[in-house]
Design a binder for this molecule. Sequence first.
Ligand code: SF4
Ligand code: SF4
Length: 449
Amino acid sequence: MSKHTFSIGGVHPHDSKISRECAIEKLPLAPTVYIQLSQHIGAPAKPVVAVGDKVKVGQVIAEPGGFVSAFIHSSVSGTVKSIAPRADLAGNPQMCIEIAVEGDDWADGIDTSDTLITDIPEDNKAIIEKIRLGGVVGLGGATFPTHVKLSPPPGSKCDRVIINGCECEPYLTSDFRTLLEKGEQVVVGAAILRQVMGNVPCTIAIEENKPEAIAHINEVIGKLGYKGIDVMPMKMRYPQGGEKQLIDAVMHRQVGSGALPISVGAVVQNVATALAVYDAVQKNKPIVDNSVTVTGECFPRQANLLVRVGTPLRYIIDYLGGVPENAVKVISGGPMMGRAVANLDAATLKGTGALLFLTAEQTLRAPETNCIRCGKCADACPMGLEPFLLNRLAKADKLEDLEKNAVQDCIECGCCLYSCPAHIPLLDNIRMAKGAVLGAIRARAAAKK
Ligand code: SF4
Ligand code: SF4
């Protein structure tokens, strides 16, 4: 088997993919959805509907609020009930469009059939416009608007498109199921992406613990006859699916501090994003739903659900049997990079990929002790940072020194925390410090204007 992997740091958590056999099933429509206006990186979208309006599935309900922003579409048909702040997953107020569901009427021009369309339009500008109009954002976690990523700044050149099918976070299986069940659409999406970037080679990177997906995608590529797309089996290692780590593993190129992947000729898109690109370009279908893994040893029924954007978490959980009595924590995402859910009445976003339930035993952290300067956190850091130092600077609130020591490069992977024998909450402290440094950088930039 392959040894393709990144060159520094990383850890080997148990993969715990207990929902891997669960085929994607459609979640019945919730009675009401709450569609957040800020669910991508960049400016929040601006509503273009009013209370009382009737909307259809796939209809634009909010338009981009800036260059880096995205269209938002109704995920249901029904009536707009309110446009008002509502608590998000973290409990913070976010503007949402509330829609009461009445049937399932789709907007005109959207192809909802299962017919696979393999002929790719020739006009790359028109393709990018369709991706923009489809509200496509990176679904691997970053939610960066895809049309912006596909329009590199003048002077930069893409040498390779990488489709990230690693799904290296423990427990998550929605990308795996997408590769198995929508492999044709993902490969057409990959072919579209490589064409848009100048007919460059495209690598679909899949970790070795998904041999069925590797075999299936190889078969699909052969069947569809696309040239320039290959599958690269990757070593199982976390965070193999990190953008910079994947570029290192596939292209042996290092993205510098603060630089973008395009600076070394790479464009990375996740499997679910490739599917969304296929939908937007070939079927005229915007992002109105996404696959969500619902899992955890204590959870009554493991599942991969196709969920309409804006569905309340409580509705999903109740459909699967309710919150187990012994669950004390719900995480949106995986155990390494996910965020604790503070509000089960919050609704899903385009980028919601998983809900993970944990017991008290699984969340119990051993008491923090003093740093013994073992260096294990630095050995594990895939970004070459010194987490023990960043932690010390964070505690002393030394923002300038944190910036000098590249705290902004931290990808919040949690490898340092995972490795620390003193159980120091390195990730929590560094994440907070990163936010403070970002605030200081923004304030500096604003003062210069
Ligand atoms: S969370 Fe940040 S500091 Fe810790 S290992 Fe990951 S990249 Fe390094
Ligand atoms: S792993 Fe923990 S104990 Fe070891 S150097 Fe890092 S912070 Fe200190």
